[in-house]
Design a binder for this molecule. Structure first.
Ligand code: G3D
Ligand code: MG
Length: 183
């Protein structure tokens, strides 16, 4: 009897949006100063709060530099969920983020796995609200054909992360019901 394969979740998004901060906040329950990601980070994370407390999964924090983005696709094949992190304070990059999200979810997602868009950096005074992020990212159109939603977070304090993980697990459960095989 082998060890059951752990559920895999990929974290993607443009550079500097808070992907690495979010993953280590979830893993260690505290802020960890991160350096820009070269390549990727992989961690086993056990949830310590929320409805899915005790669940362990593997998180892939994939570099957001544009030369890394073509690699996102290959990780999606064995993943069960996508966390797409957005810097809600960076209006200038919203259009680029929108295009990357669309490309990823529509064209590079062979198993149609669910997507959670994290409207991160909500602590900053000029941050766009989750509704504004959803609008400028075209999430409503995406959600017409995929399991997806937008939730607010602050990866530094960890605010919103428990709700976010519960939401992605819920979507993954729904997705699993529509598939015979859960990877
Ligand atoms: P990335 O992995 O997506 O590239 P990082 O992004 O996790 O390296 O974070 C990039 C910067 O954003 C870091 O700041 C980090 O502290 C900051 N950050 C991440 N999440 C939040 C958040 O929710 N709120 C605020 N205010 N900042 C956040 P530095 O200064 O180290 O570059
Ligand atoms: Mg990083």
């Amino acid at each position: 009897m082998g060890v059951a394969p752990s559920v895999q979740i990929v974290i993607v998004g443009l550079e500097g949006t808070g992907k690495t901060t979010l993953m280590y906040r979830l893993k260690f329950g505290q802020y960890t100063n991160s350096i820009p990601t070269v390549g990727f980070n992989r961690e086993k994370v056990e949830l310590t709060e929320g409805r899915n407390k005790g669940v362990t999964f593997t998180m892939w924090d994939l570099g957001g530099k544009d030369n890394m983005r073509p690699l996102w696709k290959s990780y999606l094949r064995s993943a069960a969920g996508i966390i797409f992190v957005v810097d809600s304070n960076n209006r200038d990059d919203m259009e680029e983020a929108r295009m990357e999200l669309l490309k990823l979810v529509k064209m590079q997602n062979p198993n149609n796995i669910p997507t959670l868009v994290m409207a991160n950096k909500q602590d900053l005074p000029n941050a766009m609200s989750p509704d504004e992020v959803a609008k400028s990212m075209g999430v409503n159109e995406l959600c017409a054909t995929q399991l997806c939603q937008v939730l607010p977070s602050c990866a530094i304090t960890g605010e919103g992360l428990t709700e976010a993980m519960d939401a992605i697990f819920e979507m993954m459960r729904k997705w699993k019901k529509t598939k015979r095989k859960f990877r």
